[in-house]
Design a protein around this ligand. Structure first.
Ligand SMILES: [Zn+2]
Length: 267
């Protein structure tokens, strides 16, 4: 019995790095920092503790305007728990998460460019980067434009400035394309359009569809929402049981970009 256990544990040890190298998830959350979601409220667990319990490090695409002094969130919709967004961002870093750029104002950039010009769009991304840098000490590398909408000229200019743009477009190899979880459809008290039978199963279905193309690395795009926080323990457990390892976006890109070949383009 002891010998069998030893063999099993040896096999487990040997196989783990193989799984770990092959199946990666970058879990990302947009639109924060929202202190009431991250720390939780008496009625709802916080995303920080949910991620800690699963030992998962995530990446937060934040709205720059929140990272200004004395900002506790959007007072129309969000519970003020007495913690500023800046302090929530610092706490995210302390817990090993990453912070990236979701623009400063979070307006839709195609319309903004038409009304205010390309320079304004670049400025909105750079302003987001600046307030993030003031908190993290380093310039963010990744930008996810609101609703993934970004005019082509602005995309090129941002890439020249060193940003990498997150996208759902088929221009990117499939491993470097976000999976849109559609979690915002499940927010609120009586969401009508939340995927059936559940958000978890619909995300898993999207992953399975990619696996059929031989893709076993995925960037999952969620939002800082209490409803999303509530489904995370189940989703994370299910993905772990399928052999996935959770990494930050930087770790994901370092591992996946180098392996991604031209043949994935257009899949
Ligand atoms: Zn957003």
């Amino acid at each position: 019995m002891a010998r069998r256990l030893a063999v099993l544990s040896l096999l487990f040890t040997l196989s783990l790095p193989i799984f770990a190298a092959d199946k990666l998830i970058a879990l990302t959350f947009d639109d924060g920092p929202r202190p009431y979601v991250l720390y939780g409220t008496p009625d709802a667990p916080g995303l920080f503790s949910v991620l800690d319990k699963q030992n998962v490090k995530a990446t937060f695409f934040v709205m720059g305007w929140r990272l200004t002094p004395k900002t506790w969130g959007d007072h129309r919709y969000e519970t003020n728990i007495g913690i500023t967004c800046i302090d929530a961002a610092k706490e995210a870093l302390k817990r090993g998460h990453e912070i990236e750029d979701h623009t400063y104002s979070h307006v839709e950039l195609k319309t903004a460019e038409r009304k205010k010009g390309e320079g304004w769009v670049i400025g909105d991304v750079e302003q987001g980067a600046k307030v993030i840098q003031a908190v993290t000490g380093s310039k963010p590398q990744y930008v996810r434009p609101p609703d993934w909408i970004l005019p082509d000229d602005a995309r090129r200019d941002l890439e020249h400035r060193g940003f990498r743009i997150l996208t759902i477009s088929s221009e990117n190899p499939i491993q470097l394309r976000d999976i849109n979880s559609l979690d915002y459809l499940c927010a609120g008290k009586a969401p009508k359009n939340c995927p059936k039978p559940s958000l978890t199963s619909s995300v898993l279905k999207q992953i399975e569809a990619r696996e059929k193309h031989g893709i076993s690395n995925h960037i999952l795009a969620f939002h800082e929402l209490t409803t999303t926080t509530a489904m995370m323990p189940d989703l994370i457990s299910q993905l772990k049981s399928r052999g996935y390892r959770f990494v930050t976006l930087k770790e994901y890109m370092a591992a996946v970009s180098s392996k991604t070949t031209e043949q994935n383009v257009g899949k």
